[in-house]
Design a protein around this ligand. Structure first.
Ligand code: AMP
Ligand code: MG
Length: 344
């Protein structure tokens, strides 16, 4: 199939393009669209045949559930059994935004969306294009990230086309996304509420609203065995070349690059996600200027761009420093650790 590209203004998208894309969604097709986190690959969440197409386009295993995107709270009520008080408290601050909540689902939500789980993950994205598309379609839109399964998530329409051109009906191209890492997935059916995937809203920010919040700790032994259950993928968000990680300081990064060279890697085949000013003494390696260390927003925004760019430079290995595990740093760490294939 040919993938149609609609270039739209991120703030006020052309209603004709939105109507055309929404028509495709209503007729059971697949449209990729921008959100504030990454690009999503959308289908009518209430149409199981449409949802199945997402899994085949992405080559995504059926056991990995999808997030359902909504444009107002009445859509939430269509999908879930009960909206808890905790959700309303969170909504004041983080909805719309990069926060996904997991709640008990109504029967209308197909098993294809939830991988057979009794819960559904729901989010209202904070992006005018995403909101306009959902509103025009008039149905909730199931959308995982618009990449082939296991690959770094797409933060531009070009990234989506690298993975999915010819496999989807269309893409709304509104330029690069702002947050750059996916939403935080928070399970509100657990007590205390539990973060299943760190993302755009930090644990600390959630705790200000909810009190105690846990972060799901996966058992390393199970991860090593690669158990096929949601969120337990040992290698994910990964470029096609190996990724190795260092502690988050300049001397560790430089020492690792030196060690790789002693092991026979030629400098022009070593790619580095390099914070500004960290590689002044190193020559010849392939550098992606990642951003200012400590500016976690910028580093999150440019993370997947960097991994995909380095991969295209045909390096043999990618080296990256790990941010500290707080704030947005936790989400960046999670993605880098999964990209490297190490157990979290
Ligand atoms: P992505 O495909 O990158 O958008 O990620 C969606 C992720 O949301 C999945 O991989 C799961 O980790 C999580 N998720 C979606 N639905 C559920 C659910 N019902 N329960 C737990 N996690 C979920
Ligand atoms: Mg994904």
């Amino acid at each position: 199939m040919e993938t149609k590209v609609w270039k739209v203004d991120p703030q006020s998208p052309d209603p004709k393009a939105i109507a055309e894309a929404a028509g495709i969604i209503r007729r059971g097709g697949l449209v990729a669209f921008p959100t504030e986190t990454v690009y999503g690959l959308g289908a009518n969440a209430l149409d199981k045949n449409a949802v199945r197409k997402i899994f085949s386009a992405k080559e995504r295993p059926a056991w990995d559930p999808l997030i359902v995107h909504i444009c107002d709270l009445s859509m939430l009520e269509q999908l879930v059994d009960e909206v808890p008080e905790q959700f309303h408290k969170l909504a004041e601050k983080f909805v719309p935004g990069p926060l996904t909540v997991v709640l008990r689902k109504k029967p209308v939500v197909p098993d294809e969306v939830t991988a057979g789980l009794p819960t559904v993950a729901v989010r209202m994205p904070n992006h005018p294009v995403a909101l306009a598309l959902i509103k025009a379609a008039g149905v909730p839109i199931a959308a995982p990230s618009a990449n082939k399964f296991g690959r770094p998530s797409p933060t531009t329409a070009e990234h989506v086309l690298q993975d999915l051109a010819g496999r989807i009906d269309g893409i709304l191209d509104a330029g690069p996304t702002h947050v750059g890492v996916e939403s935080t997935v928070l399970d509100l059916t657990k007590s205390p509420p539990t973060i299943l995937r760190p993302g755009g809203v930090s644990k600390e920010a959630l705790e200000e609203v909810l009190g105690e919040v846990e972060v799901l700790q996966k058992l390393p032994s199970e991860v090593e065995k690669g158990l096929p259950s949601p969120g337990m993928m040992p290698r994910h968000y990964a470029p096609s070349v190996p990724v190795i990680l260092t502690d988050g300081d300049a001397s560790e990064l430089v020492a690792t690059i030196d060690r790789l060279q002693r092991h026979g890697y030629s400098p022009n085949r070593i790619g580095v996600l390099a914070p500004v000013g960290w590689l002044t003494d190193i020559e010849g390696v392939v550098v992606f200027n990642w951003g200012v260390w400590g500016d976690w927003h910028e580093l999150a925004q440019r993370l997947f761009e960097g991994l995909r760019w380095l991969e295209r430079q045909k390096v043999d290995i990618i080296v990256a420093p790990l941010p500290p595990p707080s704030g947005l740093g936790l989400a960046i760490r999670d993605r880098l650790i999964k990209a490297s294939g190490k157990a979290p």
